[in-house]
Write a protein that binds this ligand. Sequence first.
Ligand code: ADE
Ligand code: ZN
Length: 349
Amino acid sequence: MPSPDLAAFIRALPKAELHLHLEGSVTPVMARRLARRHGLSLPGIDLDDDSADVRQAFPFVDFAGFLRLYLAIASCLHTAEDFADIVEDLAERLVAQGVGYAEVTFTPGLHHHRKIDNQPMLEGLAQGRRRALERHDVMLRWVFDIVRIFPDQATPTLDFARAMQAHDSGSVVGLGLAGPEDRPHEVAPLRDAFAQARAEGLHALPHAGELAGPERIWEAVRDLGAVRIGHGVRCLEDPALVEHLRTEGIALEVCPSSNVCLSVVPSLAEHPLPRLLDAGLSLSLGSDDPPLFETDLVTEYERVADAFGWGPQRLRSLAAASIDQSFMPAERAAAMHRALAAVADPVVG
Ligand code: ADE
Ligand code: ZN
């Protein structure tokens, strides 16, 4: 672990979090609270033992198990209050980590599938976003994502984004794409939805090149018009792709602990993060589904500092990159850059 001075420095750095799922940020404590609120039991989650640690409460061994757990957590969300509560709970944790802005992914199709209407989701997310800004001074904006294996979600997800823009103007930054990546050409049916979204001012922000190789990243860029890639760590397998991402300024959202937990890489020490930076790629660090991967954004900075021996200068530039690669309003970006410049380097030795 880094020295206390370096840890305090990391926490103090004003940061943007660009790869974070709302449903995947529900803590075991919150899952229990919601389940009790609705008299539910959650398959695979121990609701009786408040002292159980995160791994006991949220167990999984592979991507399929991870998705099952994800669905179980989502199944405790019903009312606008539930959605608002998980947003505010997340905002409290973000602000305690020096995060002043986050682009948060939410999956409307997951809840449509559970027969939840748009109204509680629209109201709850908007209310949570308001509370985040007013009570905690953290600005949240939404990425609404489609699950790859359910292309039928494309139109309802885009409609949800439009409804949210009407309900809470300017709160949506993009259309996302997540889930298993193992089928070729699966983005073809999604091309029109992403083109529509882009025509309406939303950015294409898909996951790609996490669970499969460079071809998925090429599809995301060419077919969907991706301007940032969720993960994308496997781009290094294709030098022409690296060159394309670099010259087009398409940044990666790199989530090291997620990659280790989902066996995308064997260990943090072997994570390609240093090689991605050496290749000249733009990237920010993200926590993806923090309680599920026993992490948060500060922990990601700490872990990479430790694994790669990185000091204040490299960490400061990662924080600056997160601000620059976000879609936050220019005034907030300027204020965060000013605050970043005012953070003193830690005392060494
Ligand atoms: N949904 C939530 N987290 C994800 C991940 N890391 N990869 C793909 N889909 C996801
Ligand atoms: Zn993700």
